[in-house]
Design a protein. Sequence first.
Length: 278
Amino acid sequence: MKNLIWVCAALCVLSACSKQEEATAPVETPVAIDEAVAEADETATQVAEAATQEVEVVEESAADVEPSDEAIKLAVAETPAAAREWKYKEGEHYVRMVPTQPTVGGADKIEVAEFFMYSCSHCYDLEPYINEWAKNKDPGVRFVRIPASWNALVKLHAQLYYTEEVLARNGILKDPEGFRETVFQEYHQRGNRMTSEAAIQKLFARFDVSEEDFQSTWGSFEVNQKLRVAADLARRYSITSVPAIVVNGKYRTSASETGTYPRLIETINELTVREGLR
């Protein structure tokens, strides 16, 4: 009979530890099986009760049980992207590209690419908004500009841009922001269409870039490679107008879809957040 009581006590212990969700339920004292158990000697009964009480103490201290009438609080991860409410909607304010396309840089950051032309008045209007955004963007976001190259003049200006980019990176062009603003001003305010290599070289000379540095960069393999990548990405992203914004090779948007430049900036920010939550 004593053996029967010990078996019942052992079964109670195993049942309480088998499922975490049952840890909040108080351990019940084994109920007498029949009259013989009820009439067992007092010493055996006291031993069984002591074993049961010990189980209760161990279980509560290990599980740190809250009172049974309080809800269990679970650790909740950050709300996933699919469960959040977004202001801007796919198909209305932006297009999702399937499959996701390559980017200029690596996967270490979320890439925001602006497709533009120096000859585009809308790109010129977007400049102060995108420049301000770029200054205050999240450190985990990389901003790149990709010039369009749809015709001979636009391709010439794309070569201008990548020559500017390489010279600035090499420390030869000291004021790339001022140079960029000057190019826009020349085209849209002064009527200088920059239709030849010679006209473009004069512009660089105003920023203390020697003819030798200009020539060695203008026709370099690096600039030509950048032009090929730009043309390939424009095709992959189905860029048919500028300015256009592509976020991480996945989302394409523009001011014509969002309505205004400030709303375009908001859309960019929201899409980068979406990418950060994936």
